[in-house]
Design a binder for this molecule. Structure first.
Ligand SMILES: Nc1ncnc2c1ncn2[C@@H]1O[C@H](COP(=O)(O)OP(=O)(O)O)[C@@H](O)[C@H]1O
Ligand SMILES: [Mg+2]
Length: 444
């Protein structure tokens, strides 16, 4: 930036670069894309807040793919960084409805900001809005985005223009966001965030040095997207995992479905415990997981038992560490040894991920299965749950072609391993059941 670009807005928040362009933009669909920590969310939140403050009776909607994920991310920034004071304090000009899980905010001028997730579409899509803010648009399908745009066409009629604003992290270069002509796509940079770069001198701040060091230490696709802001596809990915197919909304798991757990031990690396359910066709559903560093197995055991209360868990399959397995056993969790064969396991998982004759895969992951976010992993931009490992789980020498026995890069694979143990535990069962069905083994 050769010129210090400051847009001084009434909340005293100065915006730079792409955030400044976002503030001035009146296009009907605008998305700000960029690497981690470039101020995308704060800028988008501030803009919708200022629009609602400016235009009386205006209706706004803030949402993410699921309500829970919004609640744990942008809603915190909104309360802490955007509102003049927390909405539950007596001085707050805004009134919050819904308590700890806000459903909407009412502004003193009659404007309203509705809060939601696409996991509850009926609740949010039955109204018209003047302004919509979508956090992490890359998680949405084009169809979902279009449904939202249909709710933001000016019929609400309380502001001189309507706008749907999104923020996103770069994803695959084939993503619909890049192909949609109607979207004005802005690219934010670390230099746009005054917490990281001094706007006058353009020098890194102390915080900026720390953040950039952490981002520089990233590798692979995570670095290309999260540090460099590039829209790139993953090369050499072990699994053909697709959010739109394999990641599904939560549902009540029927009582009669078999449930089991799969564990990969770790302390410096994450300890992963996954809870799986099996439907009557043998499909697997990951419905809960612990993904946490720096906790002892003893503490994990307590939490695992507590979370499994009222559930009938058929078995727990675990990594082979003798001491950790003994600790689990002492604490009431008996485990079976996992089948750790990598190539066979990967093939079994890959087979399940493929669409079967009925158009469905044989393995699913329920959204928001993580019990608690590991803050250390989050602040160092490491994967915080299994789904996030898929894009980092790659073969090393993809360009030269891979030999049959080649193993994926041994990094960020803790959830991948637990999932493999889970799938292999069913494979054993299936082959045995096959033998039973053929009458070769009786009474198994
Ligand atoms: N213009 C700004 N002025 C002050 N702080 C900012 C500004 N932009 C971003 N920040 C701060 O930087 C951090 C990262 O911003 P955030 O909007 O969450 O980034 P992103 O969504 O790009 O990851 C937050 O703590 C935010 O408050
Ligand atoms: Mg953000």
């Amino acid at each position: 930036m050769n010129q210090v670009a400051i847009y001084k807005n009434p909340s005293g928040f100065n915006v730079y670069g792409a955030a400044k362009v976002l503030f001035a933009c009146k296009d009907p669909e605008v998305i700000i894309s960029g690497p981690y920590e470039t101020g995308k969310t704060r800028a988008a939140l501030t803009k919708i807040h200022l629009l609602l403050s400016k235009y009386p009776q205006a209706r706004g909607l803030m949402l993410r793919k699921t309500y829970k994920s919004l609640h744990q991310s942008a809603l915190i920034t909104f309360e802490k960084r955007v509102l003049p004071c927390p909405s539950d304090s007596p001085q707050s000009p805004l009134r919050r409805f819904g308590g700890e899980k806000p459903e909407w905010y009412d502004y003193p001028n009659g404007s309203r900001l509705v809060i939601g997730g696409l996991d509850n579409p009926d609740k949010i899509l039955s109204s018209e809005y003047d302004f919509i803010y979508v956090n992490q648009v890359e998680e949405l399908t084009l169809d979902e985005w279009e449904k939202l745009t249909a709710r933001c066409t000016g019929r609400a009629g309380n502001a001189p223009y309507t706008q749907i604003i999104g923020d996103c992290q770069p994803a695959s270069q084939l993503h619909w966001i890049l192909k949609r002509d109607r979207v004005t796509l802005l690219h934010s940079r670390h230099q746009d965030n005054p917490m990281l770069f001094d706007p006058q001198t353009h020098e890194l701040t102390i915080q900026g040095r720390k953040t950039m060091d952490t981002l520089d230490a990233l590798t692979g696709i995570r670095k290309k997207r999260g540090r460099d802001g590039l829209w790139v596809s993953v090369e050499g990915q072990v699994y053909e995992f697709e959010m739109a197919i394999h990641l599904i909304d939560r549902f009540e798991i029927p009582k009669e479905w078999i449930r089991f757990r799969a564990i990969d031990f770790g302390y410096t690396n994450p300890f992963v415990c996954q809870w799986w359910a099996v439907d009557s066709d043998g499909r697997l559903y990951l419905y809960r997981e612990i993904y946490m560093t720096q906790r002892t197995v003893r503490i994990h055991a307590k939490q695992i038992l507590k979370l499994s209360l009222n559930e009938s868990i058929s078995y727990t399959v675990a990594d082979h560490d003798a001491e950790d397995r003994a600790t689990l056993e002492e604490n009431g969790i008996r485990t079976r040894l996992a089948d750790k064969r990598i190539s066979v396991g990967i093939e079994a998982v890959a087979e399940r991920l493929k669409l079967a004759g009925d158009g469905k895969p044989r393995i699913f992951f329920l959204r928001d299965s993580l019990v608690e976010t590991d803050q250390d992993l989050e602040t160092s931009y490491q994967p915080t749950h299994t789904i996030q490992e898929f894009s980092d789980y790659i073969y090393p020498t993809v360009r030269e072609g891979k030999s049959a026995d080649e193993k994926p890069i041994d990094k960020d694979n803790h959830g991948m391993d637990a999932k493999r143990y889970a799938v292999m535990s069913r494979a054993q069962k299936r082959s045995l059941l096959g033998i039973v069905a053929q009458g070769k083994v009786k009474g198994w």
